[in-house]
Design a protein around this ligand. Structure first.
Ligand SMILES: Nc1nc2c(c(=O)[nH]1)N[C@H]1C(S)=C(S)[C@@H](COP(=O)(O)O)O[C@H]1N2
Ligand SMILES: [Mo]
Length: 394
């Protein structure tokens, strides 16, 4: 029977580039990329959904800019690494399960099931992460809960996979990359085409590292300004008004009229103590200028100079201590980002402002006019724009 008419067998794939030495080396860096993305991702999740035992730090001011930039770059580098790794092992899909059923067969079946979980969770993380960067949400579930939950599945199945394969990985990493394949001839299908590779394994690895490096460079410009020109993947690398990109616009948030209404007031509430301030009254208070980045969960970030009122000074106006927790509301009633909570350590921190200006100019409506929160080290999603009220949380 012609070999074209039957499903492929593992032995049909005879490229000497598909080798444990390639798989293990690419897998090592893929594992590192996933571990880095996992740790920075859990940090990001806790920044937005802080568990009681965790006090989110107020510095260094660029903390989230760095951790989330690394998160997105690690995920980006993982894309070519995962593709090459899957290519290097996919003939194993056609390996036959041992039959009749045996203990070894059961172990083999379980191992394959765990690899299926590993591969699908890894692909899910990279695809949803890329979709988040490009604001494309074709699914019905919440991005953040889905990406967070599957992160644990992915990292768990990576740990299991590494534990199971450790002896093979160890052997493969110490073997010189381009020495002849030490596989007994008897294990090869004699009908298999003997490939004469145009590419050495070392060259394949170099190409893989270069692809990962290029993907990183092409994305990094959304956070590193001097890389902006080469960053074809940097989704938010363009400028917004006043030199800062815009995430949600005033039109999307439905605030085009309310934000410019002269009747706007900032309401401060501490139990039964209440005060209302006009923008002119805010401008008459002591003004402070701070250099702080906006760092979005999508990975882009931009530094800016903000001028406004200290949060602690506003708390004092309604007799609240500097370390009060504040619930912040905005004119943006459409989305989930229209409110936020400012933990006590941020209200007390002298880098936390209710900003009235950015880069020396009155805030553009796209950046939150009449006023917005700007706090150090926090995810951009909590830097609430178009603020209307600050309530002390009892
Ligand atoms: N009221 C409100 N504030 C908001 C948002 C929002 O959707 N509504 N988006 C947040 C997000 S996700 C980010 S990254 C920053 C972006 O601020 P910028 O548009 O001024 O760069 O604003 C935050 N503030
Ligand atoms: Mo964001």
């Amino acid at each position: 029977m012609s070999s074209r008419l039957r499903p492929p067998r593992e032995a049909d794939f005879s490229s000497p580039l598909r080798d444990d030495r390639v798989t293990a080396r690419v897998g090592l860096w893929l594992g590192i990329a996933f571990l880095v993305a996992f740790l920075t991702g859990v940090f990001s999740h806790y920044g937005q959904d802080t568990p009681g035992w965790f006090t989110y730090p107020t510095g260094p001011v660029s903390l989230y800019r760095i951790t989330q930039g690394i998160h997105v770059l690690a995920g980006t580098a993982a894309v070519p690494l995962l593709l090459v790794k899957l290519w290097s092992v996919y003939p194993k899909l056609f390996a036959r399960l041992p039959w009749p059923p045996s203990r070894a067969g059961l172990v083999n079946g379980l191992e394959r099931a765990s690899v299926a979980v590993l591969v699908s969770s890894a692909i899910f993380q990279l695809v949803t992460g890329l979709q988040n960067m490009t604001h494309w949400y074709p699914w019905g579930f919440s991005f953040r809960s889905g990406h967070y939950a599957v992160a644990w599945v992915a990292i768990g199945s990576i740990l299991v996979h590494v534990a199971v394969k450790l002896p093979i990985i160890r052997d493969a990493l110490v073997l010189p990359i381009d020495a002849a394949t030490p596989m007994p001839v008897a294990e090869r299908d004699i009908n298999a085409r003997v490939a004469d590779p145009a590419l050495s394994r070392r060259a394949l690895l170099r190409t893989t590292w270069a692809a990962a490096g290029l993907a990183v460079l092409a994305t990094a410009g959304q956070s590193v300004s001097w890389l902006r020109d080469v960053s074809i993947f940097g989704v938010r690398s363009g400028d917004g008004p006043q030199g800062v990109p815009v995430n949600r616009s005033s039109v999307e948030a439905g605030v085009t009229k309310t934000a410019l209404d002269p009747g706007w007031r900032l309401t401060l509430v501490n139990g039964s103590v209440k005060r209302q301030l006009t923008r002119a009254e805010l401008e008459a208070m002591p003004q402070h200028t701070r250099s702080l980045p906006i760092a979005c969960v999508e990975g882009w970030s931009a530094g800016a100079t903000w001028t406004g009122v200290l949060m602690a000074d506003l708390a004092a106006l309604v007799d609240a201590p500097a370390d009060s927790e504040l619930f912040i509301s905005s004119l943006d009633l459409n989305g989930t980002f229209g409110t936020s909570t400012l933990p006590p350590q941020f209200t007390a921190n002298s880098n936390t402002l209710l900003a009235l200006k950015v880069n020396g100019e009155t805030l553009d409506i796209e950046h939150g006019y009449p006023c917005r929160v700007i706090a150090p080290a926090r995810p951009g999603v909590l830097q609430t724009k178009w603020v209307t009220s600050l309530e002390v949380v009892a």
